[in-house]
Design a protein around this ligand. Structure first.
Ligand SMILES: [Mg+2]
Length: 276
């Protein structure tokens, strides 16, 4: 009989890498969605909220290109312009997107309930806090300043514009590993409200936690969510959770208010020698 022996990490969680919109602030991930609708409107092409939200998590230029490639959007674009949208159109819409997004970010930068408590508990455990975003540096500077005013700060921020490829590629998450001086990728947890954000963590070799109700998949502000009838809340939660679980997320919970119990479970699994 022969055996092979596998080396396993059994230490503590070293870092949690958080997404921003829909994860730590901007309940419902409302800020980018309204701007995507506006930049297409400026080209004479109507898109609905579902189309605007579809690629959420990707870098913003890529997000615009993905919307423009949808068959119904292509048809509407042809009706308005007599041709398909090209790279120059994507560039023009991205050029519109940047100032519009910067202008309205602070209207949607309230911390998601539970963020401060989760951050404090992670700090107490000695966990470093990293972050990634599909926003660019200037947009993240606005969000980070608004978050700091509310008492929330992370140790590292990487944007899709800082790396060769944004989500679902793992580069932003792995830049956090380097910047935070983390020794073990399997000791990291990537937390996000979108499928590309979960895939980013999985591609990096990390544990992943998805948030169903606070993010893009439900797409309602905190006030709108609270005003939604319980039966409809249950339907929206189930639909969002199913989508995130299908993407391979290790855990899906409502919001950051329920993150710490997931970390407890991951910690127990690490201690047993499990890998993500
Ligand atoms: Mg997000």
């Amino acid at each position: 009989m022969s055996y092979t022996y596998r080396r396993t990490y059994r230490g503590p969680i070293e870092a949690v890498i958080l997404d921003w919109a829909g994860t730590t602030l901007d309940f419902g991930c409302v800020a980018p969605a309204v701007v995507f609708v506006e930049v297409f409107q400026r080209q004479g092409v109507a898109i609905d909220m579902a189309e605007a939200r579809g690629p959420m998590g990707a870098g913003k230029r890529e997000h615009i290109a993905t919307i423009a490639a949808l068959d119904p959007v292509q048809a509407r674009w042809r009706a308005a312009h007599g041709r398909a949208p090209g790279e120059a159109d994507i560039d023009a819409m991205y050029a519109d997107f940047i100032p519009l997004q910067l202008q309205c970010l602070s209207q949607y930068s309230d911390l998601i309930p539970g963020t401060l408590e989760a951050a404090a508990e992670m700090r107490r455990r000695g966990i470093r806090l990293g972050s990634t975003s599909g926003y660019d540096r200037a947009m993240m500077a606005v969000n980070a300043a608004d978050a700091k005013r509310q008492g929330f700060e992370v140790d590292a921020i990487f944007c899709s514009t800082d790396v060769k490829r944004g989500r679902p590629f793992p580069f932003m998450a792995l830049q956090n590993v380097i910047a935070l001086g983390v020794g073990h990728v399997e000791a990291c947890v990537k937390v996000d409200d979108t499928v590309p954000g979960i895939e980013e963590g999985l591609n990096a070799g990390m544990w992943t936690v998805g948030f169903s109700i606070s993010g893009n998949e439900v797409g309602l502000s905190h006030a709108a969510w609270c005003a939604t009838a319980p039966a409809e809340q249950a339907r929206l939660r189930a639909r969002a959770a199913a989508k995130l679980l299908q993407s391979g997320a290790h855990y899906v919970v409502d919001s950051i208010a329920e993150l710490v119990p997931c970390l407890d479970d991951i910690q127990a699994r690490l201690a047993r020698g499990e890998k993500p």
